[in-house]
Design a protein around this ligand. Sequence first.
Ligand code: FES
Length: 111
Amino acid sequence: MTASTDLTLTTNRRIKVAESDELADGKSKIIHLEGRSLALFRINNEYYAIANHCLHRGGPLGEGEVSGHEVTCPWHGWKFNLVDGSFSMVPTLKVKTFKVSETPEGVFIEE
Ligand code: FES
């Protein structure tokens, strides 16, 4: 009998999603990536990325109005925190967030 071990390989990928000077402060950009839709925001010169699908009915969060670190879904007004993806009324409900880094070469999503 041969011993075996199940290994889970974790691959960290960096995917360029914007040029470093592409987004003005307070602006957002919708990114289509391998069949997914993400929303990238620049707030106070920090970047945040979340899934571009509202938990209510899939509204495009990247088109929502931003106030502080909160985006309001343009369809029916649900609000989500851009730092942790939490829904304002039920913070345990969260949209997916993505780690973002910026270098002189651009802005990258890491997963
Ligand atoms: S789809 Fe976002 S609040 Fe309804």
